[in-house]
Write a protein that binds this ligand. Structure first.
Ligand SMILES: [Cu+2]
Length: 380
């Protein structure tokens, strides 16, 4: 699966380049995007109960209630940014992944509408670049991006109120070409803001899920050398120029689920039992996608990710506008191996955007039966 390679030491030239880049970024960011705040209204968060949410590695979700218990809370989370060289495919391609908490995508946060998210964002001094976070679920200051830019060796605390229920992406957005570069280097994730009284179906009746999985779809743009071999770099910044050229072609070399080709297939398959209602949260921070479950359907799909809207029903394929997340609920009715993929089949099969769901249970011949095995054609 994902193999982490050891970073090579920075040489003197790269150290100087990094310092210059940091200075340019900081100045540009302050001049170009700083938020001017006039009179201020006090936050009501100080009076609320505080809880800590322990974030977990995708495709899993942190422990959470589907229906909120009690009044809104302040949900404290901590993310540590990690730059690391990751192998993303059996074809040998590697990328200097920029990660929240070490994974591509970053961990999913789960709260309820009107809760406050209080994030401590840590950029350890072992990193080489400034980073920040833009939450599509937040209101103001570039989604929090203006208030969270941290250089290596710094941490920052941002609190925002989750006023809209739905699934949303978050991503790093340090400004200029840094923003798409960080996003396609893996620096993105999702947050689910549940309605306080839980999800509702198309008729408005409460609906619960038995399991939930979080899939982060990632387009990668890995440069190749003159012989067509994937290039590997000693630091993230060393690959910037080459990678921007591949990015500008708008042709990804890899499109994967959860950080690497095969990260959710075979022994890493998602699992369910016949009868389970499984919520799939699927995010794409940069490009469009069109998820499909081979052999199943979307019983309910919250298009655009808004839980305030009625879900669509019984879809064969649903859509993700680049820069958003979508939630889909499906009750498995038949056992076996399902493929959950981006139904651009070239992206799914040739570039990597596919997952397996292994479902256990009793086969229902009423839904499907092989009436005759393959056999020689009979004379009519
Ligand atoms: Cu970043």
């Amino acid at each position: 699966m994902v193999r982490h390679l050891r970073a090579k030491a920075l040489n003197g030239k790269e150290k100087r380049m990094r310092k210059i880049l940091n200075v340019i970024l900081s100045i540009g960011f302050l001049l170009g995007f700083s938020t001017s705040i006039g009179a201020e209204i006090a936050s009501k968060a100080d009076k609320l109960e505080r809880i800590t949410q322990r974030l977990v590695t995708p495709p899993f979700l942190p422990a959470h209630e589907q229906v909120a218990i009690g009044p809104p809370k302040v949900v404290q989370v901590r993310m540590v940014i990690e730059e690391k060289l990751m192998k993303i495919s059996p074809d040998g391609a590697t990328i200097w992944a920029m990660t929240f908490n070490g994974s591509v995508p970053g961990p999913i946060i789960v709260v309820h509408q009107d809760d406050y998210v209080e994030l401590t964002l840590v950029n350890p001094k072992t990193n080489t670049l400034p980073h920040n976070i833009d939450f599509h679920a937040a209101t103001g200051a570039m989604g929090g991006g203006d208030l969270t830019l941290v250089a290596p060796g710094q941490e920052v605390v941002l609190r925002f109120k989750a006023i809209k229920p739905g699934v949303f992406v978050y991503h790093c957005a340090p400004g200029g070409a840094m923003t798409p570069w960080h996003v396609v280097s893996g620096m993105n994730g999702a947050i689910m803001v549940l309605p306080r009284d839980g999800l509702r179906d198309a008729e408005g009746s409460p609906v619960q899920y038995d399991k939930a999985y979080y899939i982060g779809e990632q387009d990668f743009y890995v440069p190749k050398d003159a012989n067509g071999k994937y290039k590997e770099y000693s630091t993230p910044i060393a690959g910037l120029g080459d990678m921007v050229e591949v990015m500008k072609s708008l042709t990804p070399t890899h499109v994967v689920f959860n950080g690497a080709v095969g990260a959710l297939t075979g022994e890493y398959a998602l699992t369910a039992k016949v009868g389970d209602r499984v919520l799939f949260i699927h995010a794409q921070s940069n490009r469009d996608s069109r998820p499909h479950l081979i052999g199943g359907h979307a019983d309910l799909a919250w298009r655009g990710g808004s839980f305030r809207d009625k879900p669509a029903t019984n879809l064969e394929t649903w859509f993700i506008e680049g820069g958003s997340a979508v939630a889909m609920l499906y009750q498995f009715r038949q056992p076996g191996m399902y493929v959950y993929l981006n139904h651009n089949l070239i992206e799914a099969i040739l570039l990597g955007a596919a997952a397996h769901v292994k479902v256990e249970g009793e086969w229902n011949n009423d839904l499907m039966e092989q009436v005759q095995k393959p056999s020689p054609i009979k004379e009519q």
